[in-house]
Design a protein around this ligand. Structure first.
Ligand SMILES: Nc1ncnc2c1ncn2[C@@H]1O[C@H](COP(=O)(O)OP(=O)(O)OP(=O)(O)O)[C@@H](O)[C@H]1O
Ligand SMILES: [Mg+2]
Length: 303
């Protein structure tokens, strides 16, 4: 990406150095971000945003241990005291950046989504200001964590069960793609597929991919997920459709099919971002390595 933008950086630069060059280069104006996304609000009016039903008072949330962190949030296990007699387990995602009114509007569409293979959005909590956490998103807790860890830490189930997980991911994406207006996830990867205590796969972080506002967060996240991403997203002003998710799903399927293998590889493992970019975009590389299993080999051909 640095080369594409004519930035002269040493070929052996680290990811952080390259990301910083890109961040300096890509100003919000160059990214053509809508005016309102760069304007932060001192406080959010959930009532006006029609989100009041989904506001969770901070005192109703009980934060427990941290279960993960990503490019723009820290995730905790927690309890939501819905009423005096009803407590549910939840995931509390503390966003690191402020959200704007525009971001919240983007998030509002999450509340109407309901599908067994989509992580359920429960609500938004605005902790007291000023404070370290500008906004927390509360969602269904998936006890078995993400698929990336699951295939590495849990002994492989039968082929039928593995195919079942692939089907569940497909159904979740199909649901997003058939909404009106269509929702394109843009960041479908194994850490964004979560597994419930019953082993059901659910897609998470749809919507949030659109809310990564700052250039820094966008670049960091791009650097982190390029292995699963379709080439058309590798641009400051990407033009894409639902097929971008089909590519990412295929990468995730290929990764999942290695459950029975002693070494579980992830897409384009061992290549840095420049090599992936060069191989996929310039050299039109479209294959993933073979998997030593007859059924998986056939599926890899389709992938
Ligand atoms: N609802 C949830 N239930 C259980 N675990 C979750 C939940 N949401 C997130 N996690 C855990 O927290 C981790 C971090 O999530 P997060 O989305 O912040 O980062 P990521 O997916 O690894 O990267 P990115 O920032 O690019 O999305 C996940 O990989 C998963 O293990
Ligand atoms: Mg995620």
């Amino acid at each position: 990406m640095c080369q594409e933008r004519g930035l002269s950086v040493p070929a052996d630069s680290t990811k952080a150095v390259l990301a910083d060059h890109l961040i300096c280069e890509i100003s919000p104006q160059k990214l053509q971000m809508p005016e309102s996304t760069s304007k932060e609000l001192p406080g959010l009016d959930l009532e006006r945003l029609d989100l009041v039903d989904h506001e969770i008072l901070p005192e109703k949330l009980e934060k427990q241990e941290k279960i993960g962190s990503g490019a723009f949030k820290d995730v905790y296990k927690g309890l939501y005291h819905v009423s005096r007699t009803r407590v549910i387990k939840v995931a509390i995602c503390d966003l690191r950046d402020e959200l704007t009114e525009m971001d919240i509007k983007e998030l509002t569409f999450l509340r109407d989504l309901q599908h067994e293979n989509i992580v359920r959005f429960i609500g938004i909590s605005l902790p007291p200001r000023p404070g370290p956490v500008p906004c927390a998103i509360v969602s269904e807790l998936c006890e078995n964590g993400d698929l990336f860890d699951y295939i590495r830490n849990v002994s492989p189930p039968s082929d039928v069960e593995i195919f079942g997980i692939l089907l569940q991911i497909s159904r979740g994406l199909e649901y997003l793609h058939t909404r009106k207006p269509m929702i394109v996830h843009r960041d479908c990867k194994s850490t964004n597929v979560l597994i419930t205590e019953h082993g059901v796969a659910k897609i998470s972080d749809f919507g949030l991919a659109r809310v990564r506002r700052s250039a820094r967060a966008m670049i960091r996240s791009l650097v982190g997920t390029v292995n699963w991403q379709a080439v058309e997203l590798w641009s400051a002003r990407p033009q894409y459709n639902e097929k971008a998710d089909v590519w990412s799903a295929a990468m995730t399927f290929w990764e999942t099919l290695q459950w029975h293998q002693p070494e579980k590889r992830y897409p384009f493992q061992g290549m840095n971002e420049h090599q992936i970019y060069f191989n996929v975009r310039q050299k039109n590389l479209r294959y993933v390595q073979e998997i030593d299993d007859p059924i998986c080999t056939q599926l890899t051909v389709i992938i």
